[in-house]
Every structure is written in structure tokens, then in C-alpha cells.
Design a protein around this ligand. Structure first.
Ligand SMILES: NC(=O)c1ccc[n+]([C@@H]2O[C@H](COP(=O)([O-])OP(=O)(O)OC[C@H]3O[C@@H](n4cnc5c(N)ncnc54)[C@H](OP(=O)(O)O)[C@@H]3O)[C@@H](O)[C@H]2O)c1
Length: 218
């Protein structure tokens, strides 16, 4: 798949590298200003290339948004026509004071993003853990892979993102429409509060267990 990254920091860099190593055609979008994070990401993998923002977006079938949530309002309106019909993978999290929800839990960041780029197919993914687990998703002591919950309204976009999630080493789990993003953002806050403020190890993820539907409810 042809993929572009806007934001190549702690989240964008490992995801871009993993997807390029999985065989995808990944380019990093250069803004007008020089970016040390973009240069560092390029240094980490010879499979990555960079293009000016406009060309990167034109080239891509899927665009990863891995910038601070506060920056999306400044960036996205100018990108709206280029993102029309494309998959926009929203990795951002709106975080407010005291590790609260940045939009006061009234609506999700992903829905706010969708309203800025109405013709894009927004999927929230890769957002519920810290970057440590994007760098290394392996938990070799367990039989299952870490679950990566994602949501969105466009079925075919979700199928594509599900494949990308698996390519990054996670078990994809579709949790429903984009309206579910608010709840994923609260799951993120749970993890962030535990790890960044509560002393838990960042090397902690959630696992998915299922039972056959024929099992009688208790
Ligand atoms: N850190 C985590 O563990 C984690 C986990 C899951 C999700 N997230 C979410 O993922 C997003 C990125 O987080 P991060 O930790 O990767 O941040 P980061 O390491 O600070 O990297 C931010 C990236 O966004 C770019 N950027 C900053 N302001 C921008 C703007 N106005 N326009 C365009 N690009 C801009 C930066 O470019 P320069 O380097 O050139 O400034 C950099 O490439 C955030 O929304 C965060 O909430 C973070």
C-alpha cells in the first residue's frame, strides 16, 4: 500500500519503519520547515523516503496523522482536498490538563478531525498504547499478540487498516464506528495515567480473549 506519514516523532517513526519493512511503499511528508524528527526517521531505515507534503499526500492511499492533537486544526484544512477519498489513520490523542480528555469528553478527537476533512475516511488506530509498544510489540511470553483496537465508519478503509495493524505486529480488533473513538481515547488515558503518572511499566498492553458464541451465558 502507498502510505504517507505526517508526524515522524515517537509514534510516526516506528510505525513508518515497521510498515516499510513489511513491504509497503512509505514516504514521510516534509513540511516547509526543516524537521529533525523526519531526518532521524530517515536515518533509521533505508526503506523510507521523503517527499514534500503535497506530493506525499498525492502519492498516498493512506495517510497517517501522528502529530500533536493541538496541531491538527492548523494543518488539516489545507490538506482537505488532497485527503478526499483517502484513508486517514488518526493516531492522535487529545489530552487536557491533569491527563483529562482534551475535548472534555464531549466528542472524540477523531470526530473533530473528521469534521475538518469530511471527505477523508478517518480511522482511529495505533493510539491506545505508548510509543514503546509501537517500537516493539513483541510479548514473547504470551501466545497472543497485543490487541490493537481501532474504529471508523468506512468498512473498506477498516479492512485496509486492519492489515496494516497486523503488519505492525498487533492483533487488529474492530470496535465499531468512529463514534467509538471517544471510548478509545479514554482507554488511552487509562494507560497513560497508569504508566506516565502511576508507575506502571510502559511494557504493558491489553490482550483479547474470545469464547465461542455457543457457550452459554453465565
Ligand atoms: N507518545 C506516545 O506514546 C503516543 C502514543 C500514542 C499516540 N500518541 C499521539 O500521537 C501523536 C504524536 O505523538 P508523538 O509522541 O509521536 O509526538 P512527538 O514525538 O513530539 O512527534 C510529533 C511529530 O509531529 C510533528 N509536528 C509537531 N507539530 C506539528 C505541526 N504543527 N505541523 C506538522 N507537524 C508537526 C513533529 O515534527 P518536528 O519534529 O519537526 O517538530 C514530529 O514529527 C500525538 O497526538 C500523541 O497524542 C502518542
Amino acid at each position: 500500500m502507498k502510505i504517507a506519514f505526517t508526524g515522524t516523532g515517537r509514534v510516526g517513526s516506528p510505525l513508518a519503519r515497521r510498515l516499510a519493512e513489511a513491504g509497503h511503499d512509505v514516504c514521510l511528508a516534509r513540511a516547509d520547515e526543516p524537521s529533525s524528527s523526519l531526518e532521524a526517521a530517515l536515518q533509521r531505515s533505508s526503506r523510507l523516503s521523503a517527499l514534500p507534503m503535497k506530493e506525499a499526500l498525492e502519492h498516498a492511499e493512506a495517510v497517517f496523522l501522528a502529530i500533536p492533537f493541538q496541531a491538527v486544526e492548523g494543518l488539516l484544512p489545507d490538506m482537505a482536498d488532497k485527503l478526499s477519498g483517502k484513508i486517514l489513520v488518526d493516531c492522535t490523542n487529545p489530552v487536557g490538563p491533569g491527563l483529562s480528555h482534551g475535548l472534555k469528553s464531549v466528542r472524540s478527537g477523531s470526530e473533530a478531525i473528521q469534521s475538518l476533512v469530511p471527505a477523508a475516511r478517518v480511522i482511529k488506530a495505533f493510539s491506545i498504547y505508548g510509543y514503546e509498544n509501537l517500537e516493539d510489540p513483541a510479548y514473547p511470553d504470551y501466545p497472543q499478540k497485543p490487541v490493537m483496537m481501532f474504529c471508523g465508519d468506512d468498512i473498506s478503509a477498516k479492512q485496509s487498516v486492519s492489515t496494516l495493524i497486523a503488519d505492525c505486529g498487533f492483533e487488529p480488533f474492530d470496535v465499531g464506528p468512529l463514534a467509538q473513538a471517544l471510548h478509545l481515547e479514554h482507554m488511552t488515558l487509562l494507560w497513560v495515567r497508569m504508566v506516565r503518572a502511576g508507575g506502571y511499566s510502559p511494557h504493558m498492553v491489553w490482550g483479547l480473549m474470545r469464547r465461542e458464541a455457543s457457550s452459554p451465558p453465565r
